[in-house]
Design a protein. Structure first.
Length: 176
């Protein structure tokens, strides 16, 4: 598949088949992330692959909205970074996460990003989503969670991006 076709086809999938994702495919997804570029090649990231149903259920309540679908996902990958290694760890972790989503699509899997950084477990409480997840997986204090990528065999189909709807007026050349 041509890269542009892969980009068009990749959509956020929140419904998955009740089917385990093969370990080889999960490893391929994480390996793709390890090949992502990072500032000064410091590679601040860490990835926690989760396929335990109980842990997925706990991750599904890491924030008030936007994470519930993880309970029905066969797998998720928590993307963390060592904040002491780089002042652009969020960008590095985000690029790695995007690589994972493209690799998942290439393997015939669906994925969806759950934003964690700067989110709270509940609107009323002071517990951050980051602190909740780090406590759940026993991550050290120097690591911060950027996002969680839900992964699985697609339980829903979405049309590819329609190029006719691209906001081409957002592209500028040589100046704004």
């Amino acid at each position: 598949m041509a890269f542009i076709d892969l980009v068009k086809k990749r959509r956020s999938i929140r419904k998955y088949e009740d089917r385990k994702v093969e370990e080889e495919k999960l490893q391929s997804i994480v390996k793709a992330a390890l090949m992502a570029p990072s500032s000064k090649r410091c590679q601040p990231w860490h990835f926690v692959v989760v396929d335990d149903k109980e842990t997925l259920a706990k991750l599904s309540v890491c924030r008030e909205m936007g994470s519930k679908f993880l309970e029905g996902a066969p797998a998720a990958i928590i993307v963390l970074a060592d904040i002491t290694l780089s002042n652009v760890w969020t960008e590095d972790a985000s690029i790695a996460a995007a690589y994972m989503q493209l690799q998942a699509e290439d393997l015939g899997l669906g994925s969806c990003w759950v934003q964690v950084r700067n989110r709270k477990k509940t609107e009323a409480g002071d517990l951050t989503s980051d602190a909740y997840i780090r406590g759940l997986i026993n991550a050290p204090e120097n690591l911060s969670v950027e996002c969680i990528i839900g992964v699985g065999y697609k339980g829903e189909e979405k049309n590819p991006f329609d190029e006719a709807k691209l906001k081409l007026d957002r592209i500028h050349k040589n100046s704004f």
